[in-house]
Design a protein around this ligand. Structure first.
Ligand SMILES: N[C@@H](CCC(=O)N[C@@H](CS)C(=O)NCC(=O)O)C(=O)O
Length: 208
């Protein structure tokens, strides 16, 4: 099985490339020219009507979107890979809880920071909204910080896809702020960036 991952360097498609790399799966990262709006074009819309990245297409032609759903699907289909704790376990419940928190409470703020004009009627309102979204992002990272194990992985049971999620979404918040205010998150990011299986992914997705 080869997974085709549509995305772009620096975007959330890095989470899925990292998940595939950790599982040792074949994947083909297809970069979209997002800076020039290729994801807004007709060809990509036919693939993903919501026009967000990533979109994953399987060999069978299945289309998968939504980072958390893709991670859970990969884990279900390749459960020996250790992406998530065992089904039904308390640790898995916490993994799903906190990945969903990041996907629904943190990730959407990125769109408000990057494209405030989509949500606000005037340039002034857009500027206020962006600042508010930046402040809320920091507040919500503090919530994640307090919930983790404190070690270099979020779950007390060890490395999981939660750490991949934290790393990719976390690097969108300023490093100096992370170092000063969320040291446990920073420890996770450092550890995940050093994982040998992920070297190729981070070289594309996280600028030094
Ligand atoms: N809920 C989606 C969010 C995906 C998302 O917002 N992706 C960003 C890139 S990191 C995107 O496609 N942005 C393009 C845009 O908003 O125009 C997921 O979890 O996959």
């Amino acid at each position: 099985m080869t997974y085709t991952i549509y995305g772009a360097p620096g975007t959330g498609s890095g989470i899925i490339e990292a998940a595939c790399a950790e599982l040792g799966l074949d994947y083909d990262a297809r970069d979209i020219d997002a800076r020039n709006g290729e994801h807004m074009g007709e060809a990509y819309r036919r693939l993903n009507p919501h026009r967000k990245m990533p979109t994953v297409v399987t060999d069978h032609g299945e289309v998968l979107t939504e980072t958390v759903a893709i991670i859970i699907t990969l884990d279900e289909r390749h459960s020996t890979g250790g992406l998530l704790p065992a089904r039904g376990s308390a640790e898995r419940a916490q993994a799903l809880r906190w990945m969903t928190f990041m996907a629904t409470e943190l990730y959407p703020l990125v769109e408000m920071i990057d494209y405030p004009e989509r949500f606000a009627g005037t340039p002034e309102a857009a500027s206020v909204l962006r600042k508010r979204a930046e402040a809320l992002t920091r507040e919500r990272w503090l919530v994640v910080e307090a919930a983790g194990s404190g070690a270099s992985h979020f779950l007390s049971s060890g490395f999981s896809a939660v750490d991949l999620y934290i790393t990719k979404v976390g690097v969108w918040t300023e490093r100096a702020w992370r170092q000063a205010h969320v040291p446990a998150i920073e420890r996770i990011i450092t550890a995940v960036r050093a994982r040998p299986a992920l070297e190729r992914v981070w070289a594309r997705h996280i600028p030094r």
